[in-house]
Design a protein around this ligand. Structure first.
Ligand code: ADE
Ligand code: ZN
Length: 324
């Protein structure tokens, strides 16, 4: 089994339906509009977000979040992951009634539990939600800087990519960058190559969430390869959301062949009927990638990780040791 690393998973989107049902029972909520036959129900990006927001609202206490992080990272470790970055969302915590600081500390506590049990290394990327507006994304960036949590090492933006102009969000990213946080932004998932180009021009991220629709412009693909921008690819998410009709049409292999730095990620695993292991299995079975190539993808992820140099070196040594 190849060792794995994940850079792109929304922690609220990692809660399995069984866990969400238990949370709903705890808080006296009815789940049948969003979970049927043990699976989340949604049919497009808007209804996906509605199910996601419903589930996120059922995580309300510090212990709820600690358990969620512990549960997810422990399951990743069982799948052979040695490193994970989770996207956190102070806005979702606030909506569920918890302060961003209590939420972040609680997730950190759950992460420490999983790290102690399994040896997985993990960090948090605070995200703003684009369709909540510029003010709210700037507030998320200010929080990411202010919280000074040792496991918060990055800042990103998720949400509806077709909302607003990316230029308007520049200040949020400058706040985060000035504080030394790593920068990633969702682009080129729901919108085309122009969105990826605009993100590169205005946000100057080290990594792009998805970015796959860059494939629509060969000059842009060349630019991504030349600039070494890392793509956090999530093939199952893209097929589930009908960005591509099937894996045969997914540009992951083409982007890799063009010299782009690509990584494999689960995004919101139970919503898209996936897991990090399944993404690696898809790369092997659908894209014909060998174990050696998959280990190279893990190496790319670790090299692109928002983590201190010493930890990165230790993770790379773990990868090298596994190969021998
Ligand atoms: N796939 C996705 N795209 C944009 N925002 C998200 N938030 C959670 N999952 C997302
Ligand atoms: Zn995402």
């Amino acid at each position: 089994m190849p060792l794995k690393a994940e850079l792109h998973c929304h922690i609220e989107g990692a809660a399995a339906p069984e866990l969400v049902i238990r949370q709903a029972q705890k808080y006296g909520k009815e789940t049948s509009a969003y979970i049927q036959d043990g699976a989340f129900v949604w049919h497009d990006f808007t209804s996906f977000l509605a199910a996601y927001d419903f589930a996120a609202d059922l995580f309300r206490s510090e212990e709820d979040y600690a358990k969620l992080a512990d549960h997810y990272l422990s399951s990743l470790a069982r799948e052979g992951a040695i490193y994970s970055e989770i996207f956190t969302s102070p806005d979702h915590a606030t909506k569920a009634g918890l302060s961003p600081q209590a939420y972040t500390d609680a997730l950190g506590e759950g992460m420490q539990r999983a790290m102690a049990k399994t040896g997985i290394e993990a960090r948090m990327i605070v995200t703003g939600v684009r369709h909540f507006g510029v003010e709210s994304v700037e507030a998320a960036a200010r929080f990411a800087v202010r919280c000074k949590h040792p496991l918060v090492t990055g800042f990103g933006m998720a949400g509806e990519e077709r909302h607003g102009d990316v230029e308007d969000y520049v200040r949020a990213f400058e706040i985060a960058r000035e504080a030394g946080l790593g920068i990633t932004v969702h682009a080129g998932e729901l919108a085309g190559w122009e969105s990826v180009q605009a993100a590169l021009d205005h946000i100057r991220p080290a990594r792009i969430g998805h970015g796959v629709r860059a494939i629509e412009n060969p000059d842009l693909v060349r630019r991504i390869a030349d600039e070494g921008v890392v793509l956090e690819c999530c093939p199952s998410s893209n097929v589930a959301l009908k960005v591509y009709p099937d894996f045969a049409h997914h540009p992951f292999p083409a982007l890799k062949d063009a010299g782009c730095k690509v990584t494999l990620n689960s995004d919101d695993p139970p919503y898209f009927w996936t897991s990090l292991k399944r993404e690696y299995d898809i790369a092997a079975e659908e894209f014909g990638m060998s174990e050696k190539v998959l280990m190279g993808i893990t190496r790319t992820a670790i090299e692109a990780a928002f983590v201190d140099r010493k930890t990165k070196a230790a993770l790379l040594a773990r990868l090298d040791g596994h190969k021998r």
